[in-house]
Design a protein around this ligand. Structure first.
Ligand SMILES: *Cc1c(COP(=O)(O)O)cnc(C)c1O
Length: 257
């Protein structure tokens, strides 16, 4: 999807538009959208703008505050490696976060701590982010989440992004080599590294499911999406260039067979 078309669609529908809700990175194609431009256009057209960052968080650097995003949500079990059931993330821009009149999905843990147990009627939010907590967090997955966040903090998201661009570019190069003499695998993820994260979505004209199954048997963890797409992500935190080469080598063998 071209950014200019998205911006044009927002402008075209502005009179009926209350909310623009988009993925940061689209789960099927791996396209990384221009969060800043989409947010600005949504605001210029009088709408609120929110993002589903399930495939973006821990994958690409984000500047939600500076980009003016109204709100965003993400899970922590994909690029953040925290395991299913671990705490999710919610971003609410500070221009909304302290507004007590904003209708919200509130939980008792967000109620003013000083009078939380007085059990009065009504909801009195805490200041800032505390107001958006729903309940107690799950302790064991939170330990894994903390360990992961500490690793991200130590590695630095911009360093990870730098390696990610090289790693995914290398994977793309090897897959395109496989296409010399006729397109066997079509990459439906944008070829511009600025418009994608770590993921490449490989569209196979036939036999894709079997290739995916065989990859799994050879120890390569990819993902199958109907009707014909294999999603692969070379993750900069723990995947090496050699592993990308080994993957492409396996893929080549499987496709040729
Ligand atoms: C994984 C995913 C989510 C997260 O859903 P959970 O309910 O946290 O499992 C949300 N949106 C998209 C597009 C996803 O791929």
């Amino acid at each position: 999807m071209r950014t200019e078309d998205i911006l044009a669609a927002i402008a075209e529908h502005k009179d009926q538009l209350a909310l623009v809700m988009m993925p940061g990175v689209q789960y099927y194609t791996g396209q990384y959208f221009d969060i800043k431009a989409i947010t600005k256009q949504g605001h210029d057209c009088g709408a609120l703008v929110g993002f589903d960052l399930a495939h973006a968080f821990g994958n690409v650097p984000l500047q939600l505050h500076d980009d003016g995003v109204d709100f965003a949500v993400w899970c922590s079990y994909k690029y953040l490696n925290s395991g299913p059931g671990a705490v999710s993330g919610v971003f609410v821009h500070e221009r909304h976060s302290s507004n007590p009149d904003l209708p919200r999905f509130a939980g008792w843990w967000g109620h003013d701590e000083a009078e939380r147990f007085q059990m009065k009627k009504g909801f009195v939010p805490m200041e800032g982010a505390d107001a958006w907590q729903l309940s107690n967090v799950n302790v064991i997955p939170s330990a894994a989440h903390l360990a992961s966040l500490e690793m991200f903090s130590k590695a630095g998201i911009y360093n990870l992004r730098e390696k990610s661009i090289l790693l995914t570019g290398y994977m793309e190069y090897l897959i395109n080599e496989l296409n010399t003499g006729g397109e066997v695998i079509k990459i439906i993820t944008p070829s511009d590294s600025g418009q994608r994260g770590a993921q490449l979505s490989l569209c196979l004209s036939s036999g894709g499911k079997e290739v995916f199954i065989q990859l799994g048997k050879n120890g390569i963890v990819a993902d199958w999406r109907e009707p014909n797409v294999i999603r692969v992500a070379a993750v900069p935190m723990y995947n090496s260039f050699e592993e990308v080469w080994l993957f492409a080598d396996q893929l080549k063998r499987l496709v040729r067979n």
